[in-house]
Design a binder for this molecule. Structure first.
Ligand code: UDX
Ligand code: ADP
Length: 475
């Protein structure tokens, strides 16, 4: 690849208007008013929502996002399906497409499916014009840059539509935003990591970030270290959660309290208090996928023991989810048929409408398998989304058949518990912290249970109004 020089970035194209591309470009455009930012996607319905006048309809719920969209959309931030023109115009292209784990073929269950990355690389190769900097932004397995590079290189000789030669520089700039706090994470990042070989390209990307990020927070490395750092960061975070979740089971058997244990452990400066909250298991699009990639690459290099170590982080996560459904069945006399369970929270964490890998999915499936009815309350997840995750309930669109539905979505927290035997709290949404427990229990069958997997509900108060209470990690 040639190291041609661009002196200034005036036009950016981001391929993929999803959970990463949308918020990232909104923050980048807000901090770089002189750069035109086009976010492109193949999904026209999604683009219509990004362009909707009604900001409540944005395809992603993220605190602070609608405000940024309101201020910058149509000024220097655009959402469009005109992929070829936007690529042609761009000096710098971010690839922010989906990279789920492969479900079939070589590496199924572990390796990322690079279908979408490859097709965007081909689009870039086809339409780019002159010298273009290509930035990998999606969470990608180590050495993906190499895949992108080899596709682009194949086109370098071909020339652009004017007959001039095209050339590319590849950078890795992994995303560290967490959903629910994405805007704040992007606005005040712990670090910005830029990996690459072309110093000029690195400097140009650095310059964009310097408009709002301190220089000492910007790290530059080689491509592979940058890609690996992203995966390892997520693996370490997930490993802490599996560690504390494993101890939650021990606490239950030994009458210790997991909150007290994590507080005491986290006070050690060397350990730190973050990511030590026990729960129903980690979800989200990144943790499992990134660890799976790590396992895949370790196996590829013959590091079987290292692969086994990381595999156990995923196994404990699966075990925690299964353990919770098993406890519910046992507490409800080993029989769930004709019983009703109210699920409080379906997203994988609060302040997002994302349900990817949410522990609620497998726990609900286990409970449905036992023959119970489920009513779900979640402030942001739609009925259509739950339908995609739990399967079509047939009754979803038919009000009159709702009594036969295996699962229903309820818009009201208190109506959700009507005739329920138990509440299962799975996501720590703000709504659940100060509920009127008396009002909740009034609608329920007796004995009425609360299974609190996030340690949100006041145990004493719940008992005083008549609930039987099970709290994760409490003996
Ligand atoms: C994660 C990383 O944090 C982020 O840096 C990366 O860019 C993408 O992946 P995200 O998946 O959005 O972000 O959310 P995160 O806050 O990390 O939570 C992941 C899961 O872990 C959630 O299901 C959450 O409930 C769970 N979790 C988190 C716990 O169970 N306990 C904790 O202490 C923290
Ligand atoms: P992430 O969490 O990584 O942002 P999402 O699934 O939320 O993942 O978003 C990825 C987006 O990328 C989707 O909206 C998808 O339609 C889009 N996409 C995938 N492949 C292409 C492509 N070749 N060209 C344009 N957009 C694409």
């Amino acid at each position: 690849m040639e190291n041609k020089k661009i002196s200034n970035i005036k036009n950016i194209c981001c391929i993929g208007a999803g959970y990463v591309g949308g918020p990232t470009m909104a923050v980048l455009a807000a901090n770089n008013p002189n750069i035109k930012v086009n976010v492109v996607d193949t999904n026209k319905t999604k683009l219509d929502l990004w362009n909707s006048e009604n900001l409540d309809e944005l395809p992603i719920y993220e605190p602070g996002l609608s405000d940024l969209i309101h201020k910058n959309r149509g000024r220097n931030l655009f959402f469009t399906s005109n992929i070829s023109d936007c690529i042609k115009e761009a000096d710098m292209i971010f690839i922010s497409v989906n990279t789920p784990t492969k479900i079939k073929g070589l590496g199924a269950g572990y390796a990322s499916d690079l279908k979408w990355v490859e097709s965007s690389a081909r689009q870039v190769a086809e339409f780019a014009n002159g010298h273009t900097i290509v930035v990998e932004k999606s969470t990608l397995p180590v050495r993906t840059a190499q895949t992108i590079k080899s596709i682009l290189q194949a086109y370098e000789e071909k020339g652009d539509f004017q007959g001039d030669k095209k050339s590319f520089s590849i950078l890795s700039n992994p995303e560290f935003l967490a959903e629910g706090t994405a805007i704040n994470d992007l606005q005040n990042p712990d670090r910005v990591l830029i990996g690459g070989e072309d110093d000029n390209a690195i400097k140009l990307l650095e310059k964009i970030y310097l408009n709002w990020v301190d220089r000492n927070k910007i790290l530059t490395t080689d491509l592979w270290s940058s890609e690996l750092s992203k995966i390892v960061s997520n693996a370490f975070l997930a490993q802490r959660i599996s560690s504390i979740n494993s101890i939650s089971a021990l606490c239950e058997l030994t009458e210790a309290n997991i909150n007290n244990v994590s507080h005491a452990v986290g006070m050690d400066n060397r350990i730190g208090k973050k990511f030590l909250s026990a729960g129903p298991g980690f979800g989200g699009s990144c943790f499992k996928k990134d660890i799976s990639n790590l396992i895949y690459i370790c196996k590829h290099y013959g590091l079987e023991d290292v692969a086994d170590y990381w595999e156990s982080v995923i196994s404990i996560n699966d075990w925690q989810k299964k353990r919770i459904s098993k406890i519910i069945v046992e507490k409800l006399y080993g029989n769930l048929s004709d019983k009703k369970i109210s699920i409080f929270g379906f997203s994988f964490k609060p302040n997002t409408n994302d349900t990817r890998e949410s522990p609620a999915i497998s726990i609900c499936k286990d409970l449905l398998e036992e023959g119970c009815l489920i009513s779900i309350y979640d402030p942001r997840v739609t009925e259509e989304q739950i339908c995609l995750e739990l399967g079509d309930n047939k009754q979803v669109s038919s009000e009159k058949n709702k009594s036969n539905a295996k699962w229903t979505k309820n818009e009201d927290l208190y109506e959700c518990t009507l005739n329920s035997d138990a509440i299962l709290l799975l996501t720590d949404w703000e709504d659940f912290y100060n509920m009127n427990l008396k009002k909740l229990i009034k609608n329920m069958r007796i004995p009425s249970w609360i299974f609190d997997t996030r340690n949100v509900i006041n145990h004493k108060e719940a008992k005083s109004v008549g609930f039987n209470m099970w709290k994760l990690g409490n003996g």
